[in-house]
Ligand binder design. Structure first.
Ligand code: B1M
Length: 213
């Protein structure tokens, strides 16, 4: 198969949620010397964007979104160590989680991979993370930055709930706060009082590094 055929195959099979084929094509691409970032940014992410567009149009429903997400997550397991393995020294500690009420984690996991690749130690709290769980992790790990991810307009208000909990605990001054996720904007980040916002994983790395300075 040519690199173009591998990318097309990855896109098509992610779109229909064919996990085994996505894994197989990921292996084939890597064996052929393709860059992990090419497989991710030129096939997997565009496929999920198309899944979202079809969901919006009513052509896809939740099960289709779920199997497409799972197919991509399988490939990410293979790509993760390759994307993160840059041998960079630790530049800071990052506690990350998707907010309470929200189960989306692909975008968050991608940010984590890129942060790790840039030398951050990332403590991932997973999804549906309650304010008190963030607080406990901040107390335990003493991170430089805490990151809140939200992918639904209905869960974005949890940013404010988390900020309020941080203020109340007296720890707000000890940690920088970054927010992100598909529906989040710089404006919204400003409204909730976050220190940083990024639209995607590479912007998140740039912002996190800038905040550390
Ligand atoms: Co859901 N979903 N979903 N979904 N889902 C969206 C997000 C949606 C936009 C689809 C649509 O309508 N077009 C829509 C939200 C609409 C809105 O609120 N405005 C939606 C909906 C409505 C829902 C449900 C409510 C559907 C329902 O049940 N009726 C439901 C909610 C469940 C819940 O959370 N309580 C639901 C469920 C699901 C699945 C479980 C089926 C599955 C999630 C699987 C998983 O994550 N493990 C799923 C999926 C797969 C999607 C889409 C198709 C893909 C999301 C994704 O992974 N994108 C999505 C449509 C879309 O986004 N186009 C959709 C790829 C990812 C790499 O991109 O998420 O943008 P992204 O991540 C970026 C940035 O956000 C940023 O960097 C990432 C990497 O570049 N970023 C940060 C993320 N976190 C950051 C943190 C930072 C900085 C940057 O600092 C801390």
């Amino acid at each position: 198969m040519t690199p173009d055929e591998i990318l097309q195959g990855l896109y098509d099979n992610t779109l229909v949620g064919n996990g085994p084929a996505v894994l197989d094509l990921t292996d084939q691409g890597l064996s052929a010397g393709m860059q992990p970032g090419t497989l991710l940014f030129d096939a997997l992410i565009p496929a999920l964007e198309e899944v979202g567009a079809r969901f919006e149009r009513g052509d896809f429903f939740v099960p289709e979104m779920l199997i497409a997400g799972k197919a991509m997550a399988g490939s990410m397991e293979v790509l993760r160590p390759l994307l993160a393995d840059t041998g960079v020294e630790t530049v800071g500690k990052f506690v990350m989680g998707t907010v309470k009420g929200d189960v989306h984690d692909i975008g968050k996991n991608l940010v984590n991979i890129m942060l790790e690749g840039a030398g951050f130690e990332v403590i991932d709290l997973g999804v549906q993370v309650a304010p008190e769980t963030f607080l406990a992790a901040i107390e335990k790990h003493q991170p430089d930055i805490v990151g809140f991810s939200a992918f639904l307009t209905t869960t974005m208000p949890m940013f404010k709930a988390n900020m309020n909990a941080l203020e109340k605990s007296g720890m707000r001054g000890d940690v920088l706060v970054m927010v992100g996720g598909a529906p989040v904007t710089q404006e919204y980040a400003d409204v909730v009082g976050a220190d940083g916002y990024a639209a995607d994983a590479s912007a998140a790395v740039k912002k996190a590094k800038a905040l550390m300075r």
